[in-house]
Design a binder for this molecule. Structure first.
Ligand code: ACO
Length: 333
């Protein structure tokens, strides 16, 4: 059996501040009923003054290391859309905050698919023998790029972080990442975009408008593409793993919208109950969403050792991906 990356620890964190639908409805033209029925979201978390992405990432990383029972790793890969600064990357700050020493640490940017891209990157480091143990973190202070007055995006997004430890093992180990599928289509880059802050805007000769540092989203088109790409990507990894779709215990999709999660389950002929949902309490946390969902599911005892799990995501770029694994016997703290 070949060398493989095996999931051996998990942890997550969300900021304390809760933003309910009613709080949003007091500020803009929306309602609890509209948000719940269109997205499934009841509330989301928001970082307070002085809390940045790396702060959330360090806490989630600390919990994942504790869950794995280790104090050191050989590399750290951080998926984020909301780095502490445009330059440098945030991962070295996180490694430093965790006291991990001079290990390689770098960011991966694939928006809501970022965590799956980071897992695949970490698995590559392990397969090559470059690392025996990697901390993979998805962390977002996503509300910092959301216009608080935009009803198209403010109800949807929230902040949080999740992390896993991947350790060198074998394909036959429970927790081994079994199959990967990743994809991107830059023709769809405008579906989810922050217009300002990058070289495109800075070299345009035009000063940014007052809301150009906030994310704009074409929600309806994103919805359709998310369902199609997450379904196709899940089918691809199921085929590569040799699993019948009906044998899947849990579909842990990117928590964008409960209707998207149920539509993907439906396309895969899975009962809706097998699509894990925590978007109701945390909103869409972009690159943090999948590890947050996995940790919530594990801590709630919903994921049992040996369960067949499909992870899948779609996000800005556009990017997408999917990974299969059998859930390991690990401590969710
Ligand atoms: N409150 C009340 N009404 C609203 C709100 C709101 N917050 N937002 C939009 N509306 C209105 C619209 O103006 C529209 O009114 P109209 O019919 O008079 O034009 C009506 O509600 C319906 O709008 P739609 O956009 O068609 O609503 P839809 O059912 O598509 O839901 C939503 C919108 C929730 C954004 C949905 O399209 C969605 O979830 N899309 C996917 C978004 C997503 O997953 N994004 C993240 C991808 S991951 C990443 O990389 C960041």
């Amino acid at each position: 059996m070949g060398r493989a990356a095996v999931l051996t620890g998990i942890g997550s964190t969300v900021p304390e501040q809760v933003v309910t639908n009613d709080m949003l409805a007091a500020r803009m033209d929306t309602s609890d009923e509209w948000i719940r029925s269109r997205t499934g979201i009841r509330e989301r978390r928001r970082v307070g003054v002085g809390t940045a992405t790396s702060d959330l990432a360090v806490e989630a990383g600390r919990r994942a290391l504790k869950s794995a029972g280790v104090e050191s790793v050989d590399a750290l890969v951080l998926a984020t859309t909301t780095p502490d600064h445009p330059c440098p990357a945030t991962a070295p700050t996180v490694a430093s905050g965790l006291g991990l020493g001079p290990i390689p640490a770098f960011d991966v940017a694939a928006v809501c698919s970022g965590f799956l891209y980071a897992m695949a990157t970490a698995a590559g480091l392990i397969s090559l023998g470059t690392a025996d143990r990697v901390l993979v973190v998805g962390a977002e202070a996503f509300t910092t790029i959301i216009d608080p007055d935009d009803r198209n995006t403010a109800p949807i997004f929230g902040d949080g972080a999740g992390a896993v430890v991947l350790t060198a093992g074998h394909q036959s180990d429970r927790g081994a990442l079994l199959a990967f599928d990743l994809g991107a289509d830059g023709d769809l880059a405008d579906l989810i975009v922050v217009p300002a802050g990058g070289s495109r805007q800075r070299t345009s000769g035009v000063e940014p408008g007052p809301t150009d540092h906030f994310m704009k989203m074409q929600g309806r088109t994103v919805f359709v593409n998310a369902v199609n790409r997450m379904t196709e990507s899940s089918r691809t990894v199921l085929r590569r793993t040799g699993w019948d779709p009906g044998s899947v215990d849990w579909l842990v999709g990117h928590q964008a919208n409960v209707r998207i999660l149920h539509a993907v389950a439906d396309q895969l002929d899975l009962p809706g109950e097998r699509a894990f949902v925590n978007v109701d309490s945390v909103g869409n946390t972009a690159a943090a969403s999948i590890p947050l969902a996995l940790d919530d599911a594990a801590r709630a005892g919903r994921l049992a050792p040996g369960d067949r799990v499909v992870l899948t995501a779609f996000g800005g770029g556009a990017t997408w991906g999917a990974i299969t694994l059998e859930w390991p016997d690990l401590a969710a703290l």
